[in-house]
Design a protein around this ligand. Structure first.
Ligand SMILES: Cc1cc2nc3c(=O)[nH]c(=O)nc-3n(C[C@H](O)[C@H](O)[C@H](O)COP(=O)(O)O)c2cc1C
Length: 336
């Protein structure tokens, strides 16, 4: 797949997940077969106020290439300035969040609000496009209201403004995370789009991911929550596409926990290492035997090494149970 001048060998994206897909976890996912990563959403207003915490959010590791930084906001000038800073910082592409359903962000006229405001959206896309030379992509929902989907208009506008790829989460803003991602709508978006389309939503099993990818005709797919519960999903998809047997992938939960701990130590300050390791382990263990008791014990710990030891002891006793189950409700809120 080509996104402007960027060649993407394996368009298997790890979805941006606010507070979760930080540099360590993204690097781990890349080591586990995902092909492209994007940071969580970053506020343009915070970036131009040179908020140091926000600056940390735009860091990318050498392993996770190609990688983009996702921004959100309403003011074209602030968006353009932020995009310029991101290019100077070495990102491979800039992505604009047009899917965040969270009320506070929508009220600012950002995120999914822009799906129904063509003038504001056009001004932002043009300003950002002019500000950078690296590819510009957007991540959208199908529309703001379920009975008035705007994806076709938004994609056409994006194309006219020089955007180079679109990721689409197959739900409207009104839906939040309820119901199922509508892959018929994603297929329609792809059929009508002059731009490469990356389909997203509810890909929780390698077979479903491959079926949705092939049936929708999308150029790529993006997986978020599915990878938190099954970090081997990208390797499984690669194996299946290569004609191998994904069931034979080596699934070593203990090694995953240990590697994530190493990466967090490499990239994060100590106070973030502890929190991020606990959170990642908590998502990963959900649905496993005895996980509630384990999680409660985990969150009482204040020491990084103790968290690793407890995690290793827990996962060493688990049998792999296959990630998110069909129709299971898991992480039903987020920023896109
Ligand atoms: C906890 C959480 C945080 C999220 N944060 C972001 C974000 O920062 N930017 C974004 O575009 N989407 C965000 N999303 C949406 C995901 O990227 C993705 O579109 C959505 O979860 C559907 O894909 P999935 O079913 O594979 O998870 C978030 C979702 C969740 C659950």
């Amino acid at each position: 797949m080509e996104v402007g001048k960027l060649k993407i060998d394996m368009p298997l994206y790890f979805a941006p997940l606010a507070g979760i897909s930080t540099i360590g976890l993204r690097t781990l996912m890349r080591e586990l077969g995902c092909g492209v990563t994007t940071t969580e959403l970053v506020s343009c207003e915070a970036m131009i106020r040179t908020n140091p915490r926000t600056k940390r959010m735009i860091r990318l590791s050498d392993v996770e290439r190609p990688a983009g930084v996702q921004i959100f906001g309403h003011d074209p000038v602030a968006m353009a300035e932020t995009a310029r800073m991101i290019e100077a910082n070495g990102a491979d592409f800039v992505d604009i969040n047009l899917g965040c359903p969270v009320r506070k962000i929508v009220k600012q006229g950002a995120g999914a609000a822009l799906l129904q405001d063509e003038d504001a959206l056009g001004a932002i896309l043009e300003a950002v496009r002019k500000a950078i030379t690296i590819p510009l992509t957007i991540k959208i929902r199908t529309g703001f209201y379920s009975d008035k989907l705007t994806y076709e208009k938004v994609i056409a506008l994006a194309y006219n403004c020089g955007v180079q790829a679109v990721a689409i989460h197959g739900r409207s803003r009104e839906q939040g995370f309820e119901g199922e991602a509508d892959w018929d709508v994603i297929r329609d978006a792809k059929a009508k789009s002059p731009l490469p389309i990356i389909g997203n939503g509810d890909l929780t099993h390698y077979q479903k991911a491959i079926d949705c990818w092939q049936q929708s005709g999308c150029d790529g797919i993006m997986i978020g929550r599915g990878a938190l519960r099954n970090p081997w999903i990208f390797l499984e998809i690669r194996a299946a596409l290569a004609g191998g047997n994904p069931e034979l992938i080596e699934r070593d939960s203990v090694a995953v926990v240990q590697r994530l701990a190493e990466l967090l130590q490499l990239y994060e300050e100590p106070r973030f290492q502890l929190l991020q390791l606990k959170k990642a382990i908590a998502w990963f263990c959900t649905g496993m035997r005895d996980s509630s008791r384990f999680r409660a014990e985990l969150f009482k710990l204040g020491d990084f090494a103790a968290v690793i030891d407890l995690g290793v002891a827990f996962f060493a006793k688990q049998r792999w149970q296959g990630g998110i189950q069909e129709r299971e409700r898991f992480l039903m809120a987020g920023h896109g």
